[in-house]
Write a protein that binds this ligand. Sequence first.
Ligand code: FAD
Length: 421
Amino acid sequence: MAAPPAASTRSTDEELRGVEETSCCIVGGGPAGTMLSLLLARRGIPVTLLEMHKDFDREFRGDTIHPSTLEILDQIGLADKLHEIPHTKISGPSIRFADGLFRPFDLGRLKTRFPYILLVPQVRFLEFITHEAARYPCFKLVMHANVTQLLKDNGTVHGIRYLAPDGVHEIRSPLAVAADGRFSTLRRLAGFEPVKTSPPMDVLWFRLPKLPGEPEIVGGAFGGIGGGRIFILLERNDYWQAGLVFPKGQYQQLHSAGVESVRKSIARIEPRFAPHADSLTEWHQLTLLSVESSRCPLWHRPGLLLIGDAAHVMSPVGGVGINYAIQDAVVAANVLSHGLEAGRVSDADLAEVQRQREWPTRVIQAAQSFLQRRIIAGALNTPQAANVPWQLRLFAKIPIVRDIPPRLIAFGPRRVRLKEV
Ligand SMILES: Cc1cc2nc3c(=O)[nH]c(=O)nc-3n(C[C@H](O)[C@H](O)[C@H](O)COP(=O)(O)OP(=O)(O)OC[C@H]3O[C@@H](n4cnc5c(N)ncnc54)[C@H](O)[C@@H]3O)c2cc1C
């Protein structure tokens, strides 16, 4: 592989602790970055993955592994192994409306070996993927590596610089991949500005304990509506993963009212979980997900590709963020592997990754926006629990139509497969 040209935008005031070369430098050890690393390493492509934290164990960022990801892992012989990690499964939520329980979709009807969402702690999932990648000698993982600079020459990116505990390091490579999440540093350094829409809600996530004689939750997930809030519960092995959805802009108000107001909301919406809510005593037990939906108009420039949340932040409706990030990684591996094996990446290839991934992202974001405007906003603006919206009832009744939502949630508008296994 030809060495990339020396960088021309290097600052001279920092002393470099080391300069390395690789074929692909991936910034960000989230679902997108770890998965792309594994897929390239399997092909024998030298890849370095840089993660700014010292481990993968951080605040809750979602644990939902959808059928699309399970099928990809099955293609490379890892699905069964992933199932060895303690997990739970969701086939579809049951939602309590004023006129009774309603199941908006059921993944159980899908034609797949994995007709469910697998809930695995994200930290375990990332450790699992990087552990598998580490079987390949061409894979290198650098933790505690905060990427702060792009190396550019005439507008082409030739690598990155990162800050490690021992100082500044440089990696030169024909491709840098920005998989560094919704606040992407590389996206900013490349001068890309995502176009944002503002979904009408935010979410507080928290754990509730399991108590003796637990009520059964049909389909592994539950939603309840009331008092301008939506209460969500996901079944986990030894606790409940819970969320409280509230109108955007009300966080400060909620915070001032204190954790007691969260307990009250839960007791009002689902009295069965009032005893569980008593475990919430401190505000720091709650994690805020500031709901965002955005998409970059351009995902690449010469030598640089954006994937996952760095390219598009998904609303939590349908919990597709992790799986969309992973599908980007799979398409990037499909399109770029041959070029990377030869030590080069063309602009046309980078554009092809965006072409294949942008339209599914647009489709899902449009569907999420529809649900947010027509159904969620209505629930958040009404103090009393409403009846099942007619659009949902209609969807659930028509046989061909009722399978569209579970298919979209499970796979997106197009099933992504790994090209060469
Ligand atoms: C509270 C919360 C709950 C969520 N719940 C769900 C859910 O239930 N289901 C779902 O599908 N999605 C959920 N999401 C969204 C989901 O987490 C993201 O869509 C998904 O993680 C995106 O993957 P990614 O790899 O693109 O980015 P990320 O997972 O954000 O990973 C980016 C990585 O880059 C690292 N990084 C950032 N900057 C640098 C740098 N300069 N140098 C080196 N490393 C860097 C970060 O530390 C991070 O590890 C949730 C998000 C939040 C915040």
